[in-house]
Design a protein. Structure first.
Lengths: 282, 415
């Protein structure tokens, strides 16, 4: 029974994920694909040749896209952890207002805010810089990170930290050994969204970066709207590959963290001297 | 704790404002020399500059022409680094420059922008362009007739040397000879053909640039020629009535269009896609050699040809301009001059590179240069240059275009 459902699931995911990809790959190498032919008559690597050749700047754009997504995610974590902590645990007057402001970017279209941000950043000299683009990317990504961490915090009782405090753990130790392990799944979820959303920004990157910060979407968008499906498909495949790679990288580092954590806590229990990690709730 | 935070914020603000203040002091000097000095000096001061050219980046042929043909020559001959910046829509450039003007940014990163028509008018009206510089370019002086209407005016707006012509475009219809053996030669014939071949024709929904151009042909032909539209739109009192035959024509053909006219392709790109995949038998283009270039790429069928109407089709010129806050104006001038050279224009004419018509006045070229241009194989799908030249109509000024685009929504799309 279990086996059958596994195969059905595999088949479904293949249909849902594999087929669109297959179509993308075919489009990227197709020449004169006339209706009603199921497959293109002939193949050409023109689009790949264009996308991957030295002067197209594709690799540099991928590097910059990943760099920006990475920094944005780090900054998001640093901002969202205290924000979620405060929103869940403190009784503050006008909390709903703080929440509304934090979540507003999800509802307000980015185009509205980015025009104002552009003028301000121009005056501050932040346009055309990676820093400016990173700051602008925070607005559409931060809400998701905060949302994910709020969920994590609301299942973490203050009792755990109190217990650690009673056993003599300082604020940093309490955070590192008690809070952080509990938050990690939330951080991972928020970081995945933050990376993906940052990677796919076109308008914000183009306006704030003024064309001087060239990410992959900046190269890709003119081809999508300009209607060269072959080149657009080739770029889209690269884009998907880049996103999958980024998520995979995050997943691997998370797994290695857990592995390390496990071995440390096992050792700690055995030796009975590692006060930090042995507080980890299991 | 709170005080420390405040202090840090204040320090950051100070630092940031210092950064922007510093950059404002540079520049200003030297731009007058560029408008009066001699070319040799300008070329020398351009050495080592990095020129950012902001242009639509959705065609790999055009991108390649700049990256692989023009840029290496600029580096080698003038020591100017030409970087192409891909843009999705020229209007984005104008909006960005407007913001920069408002914020008082004097060290902009755009050195050359590729614009025409409405975008040029918006840029000119808002003072976003630098100055009357074209007279300084040797290739402009040698090969361009500045009095020619297609150079002196851009969609009815006087150019005044603010932008240099880069190429010419002319509207053509694109058809597959296997499906349309005898293409229509007038709007009346087109209407008959559409009725006989339902579902085989459509045009891009306005405000698409090419869709809008198609409708201007309808306007010219159904309302009795283009001459009457030389004056500003506001001066024609019964404009609504004037336009009525055009709306009638478009509504008459609507039921016979692709998908019975219930929807229109949202852009020329989508219409080209319909044509490439064989769903419709005609498309259109404001670039007479684009079809040849698409055949070369293998996207359009080899039986693709182009045609113009007997009364002619619209033509316009596209231009290169230098924004007011460009930091490498000398380099930009050298680059624009090079892009206007007979060699660069001849290379641009070839569908292998791009297939864009030359901006130069043909008679001003030497015999050899003329020969070189005539030798360019435009591809079977492109009409001979002479035939194109003999079927040219002037563009309509942009105030009309706005009215037509709004009117189309109300009179054709809504019903």
């Amino acid at each position: 029974m279990k086996k059958i459902s596994f195969w059905i699931l595999l088949l479904l995911s293949l249909l849902l994920i594999g087929i669109p990809f297959f179509a993308l790959i075919l489009t990227s190498v197709s020449v004169g694909w006339q209706w009603p032919n199921l497959l293109p008559d002939s193949l050409s690597f023109r689009s790949w040749d264009y996308v991957l050749r030295g002067s197209s700047g594709t690799w540099r754009a991928i590097g910059i896209s990943l760099l920006i997504a990475f920094i944005v995610t780090i900054v998001n974590i640093v901002l969202a952890v205290p924000a979620a902590n405060a929103l869940v645990r403190y009784r503050i007057k006008g909390k709903w207002l703080a929440e509304a402001i934090l979540f507003a970017p999800i509802i307000i279209p980015p185009f509205v805010s980015v025009m104002g941000i552009h003028l301000t950043f121009l005056r501050l000299g932040l346009t055309e810089t990676v820093l400016g683009v990173v700051l602008a990317h925070l607005s559409p990504t931060l809400p998701y990170m905060v949302r994910a961490l709020i969920t994590s915090y609301s299942t973490l009782s203050v009792d755990w930290e109190d217990q650690a405090r009673m056993l003599g753990a300082g604020p940093f130790q309490r955070f590192y050994a008690v809070v952080l392990p509990h938050l990690l799944p939330g951080i991972a979820a928020g970081a995945s969204l933050s990376i993906l959303i940052s990677l796919s920004q076109y308008l914000i990157t183009f306006i704030i970066g003024s064309g001087q910060v060239v990410t992959l979407p900046v190269l890709l968008f003119p081809f999508i709207s300009g209607g060269d499906p072959a080149v657009a498909s080739a770029y889209s495949i690269l884009f998907a590959g880049m996103a999958i790679l980024a998520l995979l990288g995050m997943d691997l580092s998370l797994k290695s963290y857990y592995r390390r954590k496990k071995s440390v806590s096992v050792n700690g229990r055995g030796a009975g001297n590692d006060e930090g990690t042995s507080f980890r709730p299991n | 704790m709170k005080n420390k935070l405040l202090l840090a914020t204040a320090a950051l603000t100070l630092f940031l404002s210092a950064c922007s203040a510093q950059s404002e002091q540079e520049d200003e000097q030297g731009t007058d020399d560029l408008l009066t000095g001699d070319w040799q000096e300008i070329a020398e001061s351009a050495e080592g500059q990095e020129v950012n050219m902001y242009m639509w980046g959705g065609n790999d042929n055009i991108n390649r022409y700049l990256d692989d043909w023009v840029a290496p020559r600029m580096a080698e001959e003038y020591d100017v680094k030409l970087s192409r910046v891909p843009v999705n829509d020229a209007q984005d450039i104008i909006n960005q420059l407007l913001d920069e003007k408002t914020a008082g940014k004097t060290d902009g990163s755009m050195d050359i922008i590729w614009i025409n028509g409405e975008n040029f008018k918006a840029a000119k009206d808002n003072g976003l362009l630098w100055d009357d510089f074209t007279g300084q370019l040797p290739n402009f002086v040698d090969y361009i007739d500045p009095e020619a209407p297609e150079v002196a005016e851009d969609f009815g707006e006087p150019v005044e040397g603010l932008q240099a012509p880069w190429g010419k475009a002319q509207f053509v219809f694109v058809h597959d000879t296997e499906k349309v053996a005898d293409p229509p030669k007038s709007m009346e014939e087109l209407s008959d053909w559409i009725r006989e071949n339902p579902g085989q024709f459509t045009y891009p929904a306005l405000p698409d640039f090419t869709g809008s151009a198609f409708i201007r042909h309808v306007l010219y032909e159904t309302t009795g020629g283009h001459e009457q539209y030389g004056q500003p739109a506001a001066e024609i009192e019964d404009l609504e009535e004037h336009f009525q035959p055009m709306w009638d024509y478009l509504n008459d053909i609507e039921p016979y269009l692709w998908r019975e006219g219930s929807t229109y392709p949202e852009s020329l790109a989508k219409l080209d896609q319909l044509y490439a995949s064989g769903e419709v038998s005609m498309t259109m283009s404001y670039d007479p050699a684009l079809a040849a270039s698409e055949v070369l790429k293998g996207r359009f069928p080899a039986s693709t040809r182009t045609f113009v109407l007997d009364v002619g089709t619209l033509s316009n010129t596209h231009f290169l301009a230098i924004p007011f806050n460009s930091t490498d104006k000398a380099g930009a001038m050298v680059a624009i001059n090079e892009l206007m050279s007979p060699e660069a224009q001849t290379a641009k004419l070839s569908p292998e590179n791009w297939g864009d018509l030359s901006a130069l006045t043909f008679e001003k070229l030497s015999a050899d240069q003329q020969q070189a241009m005539n030798d360019v194989d435009l591809g079977e799908a492109t009409l001979p240059l002479e035939e194109l030249e003999n079927h040219r109509l002037p563009e309509l000024s942009s105030d009309y275009i706005e009215i037509i685009e709004k009117g189309w929504m109300e009179n054709v799309a809504k019903e």
